[in-house]
Design a protein around this ligand. Structure first.
Ligand SMILES: Cc1cc2nc3c(=O)[nH]c(=O)nc-3n(C[C@H](O)[C@H](O)[C@H](O)COP(=O)(O)O)c2cc1C
Length: 367
């Protein structure tokens, strides 16, 4: 069946709707077990973490992003019915997009979207091809994280790098939990955070943008979760993570570095500790053969630099079929990475919640 690509999941199914400059952005979460304590407060908490409020780090389009929980809960708990959540778009300025509706913005989906939808797509703010859709991921992720907490699973994400500035790779679970959101750039390494912030502000100052890497670590996954081949844990995670706008690479554990190392360096020797199998190292990123090993799942997600920049760029006019130049107005993030940190955390949680429900590790009704 062709489902137009708006839904993800097998048991915990999310369907995203809305556009950047339409009335709202929203999500329907179907398949959430009944009895989960859940309210707008939890959704709001996660939405508030999506936007760094410090000047210069985020687009000047600051939305209030007030969550509205429309259905699927009763007396503070999920009922097992679809959970619908929206955030209304309130701070919308579509004027700049009228001037450029025939001029595709470099790095954006304007041209292929116009071809795909025969020109009927809402082009304002990128329409459906917009970072604003990540609001919906975060709202669904709030449900998923709450479910995972029931099984002792916790997903934590942070900014690993911006341009060539890297955070420490060995941050502990406690450091990730306590420190990431104390910095505007969502980096848990207190020494690297100001350097990362400087790199973003310098690019913005130059009318340019920068990319970077978000890392996510999932703690507490039991071994043996996953399927072979097409539904492997890593395929499902990669598919969902590639649905986030601006994602250009996903690697697990040592990732591309594995291609440059030898088997003797890359293999993770199993050991027995306290009567249990544990791996000495985790180059596999917690997944072998598409199945969880019981080690932490470690995934790195590469984001390209924000396509909308202040500098003059070359493009074409699709009405006159002539080459032209464009200088974008509008309001844009000089780097999408800080905003993307809670989004990656949400998406990894959504995929893991789906797997845990499939395996019966989360019952259909919670006590
Ligand atoms: C959280 C987030 C915020 C974003 N903000 C902007 C933005 O302000 N300006 C912009 O041009 N692109 C922004 N993007 C990226 C574009 O939405 C994305 O590059 C575009 O839709 C094309 O899709 P692609 O890069 O996946 O090919 C953002 C992406 C994310 C994840």
């Amino acid at each position: 069946m062709f489902l137009a690509g708006n839904s993800f999941g097998k048991e915990f199914v999310i369907t995203l709707f809305g556009e950047s400059h339409g009335k709202c952005v929203g999500v329907i979460v179907d398949g959430c077990p009944a009895g989960l304590e859940f309210s707008e407060i939890e959704v709001q908490h996660d939405l508030d973490r999506r936007i760094p409020r410090e000047p210069g780090i985020s687009s000047s389009r600051i939305e209030e992003d007030k969550a509205e929980l429309l259905s699927g809960t009763f007396q503070g708990r999920t009922t097992g019915a679809p959970i619908a959540m929206i955030v209304r778009n309130t701070n919308v300025d579509s004027q700049p997009y009228e001037r450029f509706k025939d001029i595709p913005r470099p790095g954006h989906a304007d041209y292929p979207a116009r071809v795909r939808y025969g020109g009927f797509n809402d082009y304002r703010g990128g329409g459906r091809f917009t970072g604003r859709m990540t609001v919906a991921f975060v709202m669904a992720g709030a449900v998923a994280k709450k479910l995972l907490a029931h099984t002792g699973i916790e997903v934590l994400a942070d900014t690993l790098s911006i341009e060539n500035v890297y955070s420490r790779t060995n941050l502990t679970r406690e450091e990730l939990r306590a420190q990431v959101y104390t910095t505007p750039v969502r980096c848990g390494d207190r020494e690297a955070a100001p350097l990362i912030q400087k790199a973003i502000l310098e690019a913005a100052e130059a009318g340019d943008s920068v990319g970077g890497i978000v890392r996510a670590v999932a703690y507490g996954i039991p071994p043996g979760i996953g399927e072979p081949l097409f539904d492997s844990l890593d395929s499902e995670l990669a598919k969902a993570l590639f649905s986030i706008p601006a994602v250009k690479g996903v690697e697990f554990g040592s990732g591309f570095e594995a291609a440059r190392s030898r088997g003797s360096q890359n293999n993770d020797p199993p050991t027995i500790r306290g009567g249990k199998v544990q791996f000495e190292t985790n180059n596999a990123g917690g997944i072998l053969g598409g199945l969880s090993t019981g080690s932490e799942i470690v995934v790195q997600v590469a984001f390209k630099p924000t396509p909308s920049i202040r500098r003059k760029q070359r493009s074409v006019n699709l009405a006159s079929m002539k080459e032209t130049e464009l200088e974008l107005g509008g309001r844009h993030d000089p780097c999408v990475v800080p905003k993307a940190v809670p989004v990656v955390e949400a998406v990894v949680s959504i995929v893991l919640a789906d797997f845990m429900i499939r395996y019966g590790a989360i019952p259909k009704a919670l006590k």
